[in-house]
Unconditional design. Structure first.
Length: 220
């Protein structure tokens, strides 16, 4: 039996959990999101472009910047992934773990989280490549455009179906990435549209929390 997502209830629950744990969440957001982002902006400044720089040269400089900053970008991404799981643990664990315990559990879940994301990314990337290659063989631009649009829609849908991997790792303490993906797939059945709307609202809420964290440290 498919469980329908009650977007209103989910939103009320999310806002209540954030409000209840506001101070802790702001501190965690500062450590795992704000500080890494600041470090990245300091150590990887945007390349300076002289007026009239050709577009090709601009793209080359930007590509070189991202290539050179890839190690730091990976570290920042891993910290943010661990921070996401940690925040979910703080908000949902009824045992009320200490912040240190939540952080430890967040890092323990990082490995399965990364593996799950790699598997999803590889599957989506391969599927997209196969579809686009097949469309290119037809030699018809209209077919190619339709296939590309359809592939992007399918990728968004699949991403929504796999969006609960982090909550499964945090709340259910699952450590098998394959089982976490299966669990996310089962939980999101029939709820893709509702989840898209909910995540848009949740993204706005996260932006508010992130903004508060930056205000507290005097960035804004």
């Amino acid at each position: 039996m498919t469980v329908r997502l009650d977007s209103s209830l989910a939103w009320k629950t999310a806002t209540r959990l954030v409000a209840t744990n506001r101070d802790v969440l702001i501190a965690i957001a500062g450590v795992f999101f704000l500080l890494p982002s600041l470090a990245f902006s300091v150590f990887v400044p945007e390349p300076q472009m002289a007026p009239g720089t050709p577009p090709g040269e601009m793209m080359e400089k930007i590509a070189d910047m991202w290539t050179a900053s890839m190690p730091l970008l990976i570290v920042v991404t891993l910290l943010q992934m661990a921070g996401t799981v940690t925040m979910l643990i703080v908000m949902t664990d009824r045992a009320r773990p200490m912040v240190g315990q939540a952080i430890r559990r967040g890092f323990l879940a990082l490995g399965p989280y990364v593996l799950a994301q790699i598997m999803v990314g590889a599957a989506l990337g391969m599927g997209f490549l196969v579809l686009v290659s097949a469309a290119a063989l037809t030699g018809q631009q209209a077919i190619g455009a339709i296939v590309i649009i359809g592939a992007f829609i399918a990728m968004i849908w699949c991403s929504l179906r796999m969006a609960l991997v982090a909550p499964v790792l945090a709340i259910e303490a699952e450590r098998n990435p394959v089982q976490a993906l299966k669990r996310s797939w089962a939980l999101t059945k029939g709820n893709s549209g509702r989840m898209l709307a909910f995540f848009m609202l949740a993204g706005l809420l996260f932006a508010v929390v992130y903004g508060l964290a930056m205000m507290l440290v005097g960035v804004v």
